[in-house]
Design a protein around this ligand. Sequence first.
Ligand code: ADP
Length: 464
Amino acid sequence: MVASTETIAQFLAEALQAPLSFDVESDVRDELKKLKGLPLIENGCVYGEDWDLYDSYKKGDAEFTPPAPMKEKFSRLEGDFLHVFHPVYSNDRSSVIGALYLRASTAILEQKINRYLVTMGIGLICLVFITYLLAARFQRIISGPILKLAKVTEHITRDADYSVRVRKEGDDEIGVLYTGFNNMLEQIQLREKQRDQAEAEQKRLLVELEEKNKELEQVVYVTSHDLRSPLVNIQGFSKELGYSLDELNELLGGDNIPGEVKEKFAMILEEDIQDSLKYILSSTTKMDSLLSGLLKLSRVGRTATTFGDVDMNELITEVSNAFEFQVKEGGVELNVDELPPCYGNDVQLNQLFSNLLNNGLKYLDPERAGKISISGREDDEENVYWVSDNGVGICQEHQKKVFEIFHRLNPTETQGEGLGLTIVNKIVSRHSGRIWVESEPGKGSTFYVTLQKPKELDEPVKKA
Ligand code: ADP
């Protein structure tokens, strides 16, 4: 607006040059009248050489006071108007012979701006509407299939149903995605099926194993139980035979038996039969302890056990009291630390620690004074208890084997059946614990046992 008003002023000032030079008033008026055709220009004034008002132009009836003239070019926006001054030069442009003033209204400009704003607003609304339509269409094309996929995933997660498939609707990228998704589902379904089958097979095998185990325990129980009565008979009759032998010996002492026969009989009765009887008796004793060991072992698995919190200090006191005689007799130093309570069956735990303490005493080194200690500590998940001795120790390759049934390292040196640690191992596994040994030949052994923490920590009770 400023530029166009200044241009108008420049042209008009050029046109006024002649009428002003020659002082033709009518021509000046005619020139000013031309301003009528310009809607922006509200007023125009022409100043002569002496800077008096020469003529003026006014559009409409609004009050207008011509301003004081200015000799230089000037333009300024003030209020609702633009004020422009332009000098009128002489023909040879050597001097200023007057001035032109134009006052243009900015009202039209504001109207124009408002019109533009309204148009822009409408355009913007149309644009938003079109965008919305496009977005809705694109959503149907792009988000729709993805949302469908998400729904299927949700269904799978909720119901663990891998048999569902997404229906493919095209060969575009979404179609490829659907195919991949369906393939993945097929793979998962197949693996699920295989896993279920493996689990079912595992369960079946476990049941079978449990039944076989029970059967085996039953066989061990029945045989060890039933073999004991004939054994008792053999023991009894062997003793009877011993008495009869004594009687025969007495009879042989009589005078009516010839010396030669006496001698022969004495050899048979005192050496052959006595020796045989000794062997029979020692074998039956051995067999008896073997059978009672087997019976104990089968009982660990067979008897129903009640579990509860166990005061281990009380339990170990009971165990060590039972071994008081052996401890004193062997001059052994037995130390029992403060032990944390645990969760288990007190009868079986008593047997467990009795076996460990018994072994500790049995396998002491006769070369040095025996020392045995029983200790325990609380770990994060479980409690650990250990029985240490300074006995003969166990070499590395036998440390795992000692828990196997009938495994003995030096069968001739000590008495035993190789069942004590097998029973211990079984009790530990019934208590969901672990057992291991750390040992060095010539230095001693430590047997570690882990047991569950008590369920009610506040009140450990001994009797389960
Ligand atoms: P047993 O003592 O009747 O032979 P066990 O099952 O209790 O049977 O022990 C198996 C073998 O482990 C024993 O023969 C012995 O050689 C070894 N053993 C067990 N405890 C100890 C120990 N504290 N020190 C050294 N050796 C041991």
